[in-house]
Ligand binder design. Structure first.
Ligand code: HEM
Length: 395
């Protein structure tokens, strides 16, 4: 492998409204420029090719999360005790506590509840004929079923969606979206601390389990706040973006909806394809703990590396015709849930929700059509919609 002597560099701003609205042409260009590109505005190295992204995510000793996974000191300092900002062995220990209730086996008894809720909701929406796929469809399971599991009091659920959105904004660089989101993140901190102090999480819930482990002296308070945030933040924009993107893609490509209705066993493959094509979380970062050669480009020790999950998922070196939405592709190795020791700890739950919604829609909806213009929710780290008005033809 020859080492590049001139540093591949770009002064592009990935976080303007224009690029956030349609990031893929910019990411395609940067992906072709080099395996890793130095972004001079951010002082970070972007990786948006599939193989190098997967290698970086799989090598925590060379690419650490312990100096934070956001793009500013403020974020990395604020969440320094959180699971996502740890390396093993601390990360391994905290993650075991978090995922105890999230294995496929532990979640199996929940499937019926989630399925019934999704079916009742879809029945109601189909009888209305037109609805907003974000507020009316995608918000329902996270707010009503997932927060029950976590044990979050219903009276305090209303603010969680804007708080989660703000948290994802603050992963981004020091821009206006990031700065204006900190007051809401401050409210989130208060909320999480109140949950610990007031002890009002439902007995038997995931959240109460965390508090019990904390009270038994096995989890410091800051780590308990971080893990609780892992439930209440990660449970919202992620699955909400995924479900809304599914409806958006199927409204644009009705033949793919026909194909899924003809072969409902492709639900798992279809959900993977939705989050490959429209990755709900677009970026997190790592810090290089040593000088590393990435396919001929030298990343210096101490450099911050920006991983583009969405960019990697659209690398033609790995996925043929990557911009094509093809529910039969079976993209099991996409990076939308990341990879390696930090791979999404809630992915079984996310799949349970996504599959339940698709399974409820398949026998009830023959067609989705846009009922007005979809409005994107621009966010430094998330990709989804603010409003997605649709009309459905009942099956
Ligand atoms: C479609 C839905 C979802 C997507 C696309 C998604 C995506 C991701 C990604 C990309 C990461 C990686 C972070 C990294 O590389 O550093 C991650 C981590 C994580 N996710 Fe998810 N997520 C989803 C749903 C959920 C849900 C429902 C929960 C919780 C109930 C959750 C909890 C977490 C936690 C706690 C981590 C940190 C894991 C660790 O650091 O070990 N996620 N997720």
């Amino acid at each position: 492998m020859t080492t590049t002597t001139t540093r591949p560099e770009s002064d592009v701003d990935l976080f303007t409204d224009e690029v956030l609205s349609d990031p893929y042409s910019t990411l395609d260009r940067l992906r072709e420029q080099a395996p890793a590109v130095y972004l001079s505005r951010l002082d970070m190295w972007l990786i948006c090719r599939y193989e190098p992204a997967r290698r970086v995510l799989g090598d925590w000793e060379s690419f650490s999360s312990a100096q934070g996974v956001g793009m500013t000191e403020q974020f990395n300092h604020a969440w320094s005790a959180a699971l996502i900002c740890q390396d093993p062995p601390t990360q391994t220990e905290q993650r075991a506590i978090f995922t105890e209730n999230l294995s496929t086996r532990a979640l199996r008894p929940l499937q019926a509840t989630i399925d019934v809720r999704a079916e009742e909701l879809v029945d109601e929406l189909v009888s209305r004929g037109r609805f907003d796929a974000v507020a009316d469809l995608a918000h329902d399971l996270p707010i009503n079923v997932i927060m029950d599991l976590i044990g979050w009091p219903p009276s305090r659920r209303e603010r969680l969606i804007p708080m989660a959105t703000a948290w994802f904004e603050t992963i981004g660089p020091d821009n206006e979206r990031n700065r204006s989101s900190w007051p809401v993140v401050g409210e989130l901190f208060e909320y999480l601390n109140q949950a610990i102090d007031q002890d009002d999480l439902t007995p038997g819930s995931f959240g109460r389990h965390l508090l019990d482990v904390h009270r038994a002296g096995h989890l410091p308070r800051e780590a308990a706040v971080g893990l609780l945030a892992g439930y209440v933040v990660a449970a919202f924009d992620t699955t909400i973006n995924a479900i809304a993107s599914a409806v958006w893609l199927f409204a644009r490509e009705p033949e793919q909806w026909d194909a899924l209705r003809a072969a409902p066993s492709l639900v798992a493959s279809a959900f993977n394809e939705v989050i490959r094509v429209e990755s709900p979380i677009q970026y997190f970062t790592r810090v290089a703990t040593r000088e590393v050669d990435v396919d001929g480009v030298t990343i210096p020790e101490g450099a911050r590396v920006l991983i583009s999950y969405g960019g990697a998922n659209r690398d033609a070196r790995h996925f043929a015709e990557p911009a094509r939405f093809d529910i039969a592709r079976n993209a099991v190795d996409h990076l939308a849930f990341s990879f390696g020791n930090h791979a999404c700890a809630g992915q079984n739950l996310a799949r349970l929700e996504g599959h339940a919604v698709l399974r409820a829609l398949i026998p009830r909806v023959a067609r989705f059509e846009f009922d007005g213009t979809p409005e994107r929710a621009l966010n430094n780290a998330g990709r989804g919609f603010a409003h997605l008005p649709v009309r459905v033809t009942p099956a």
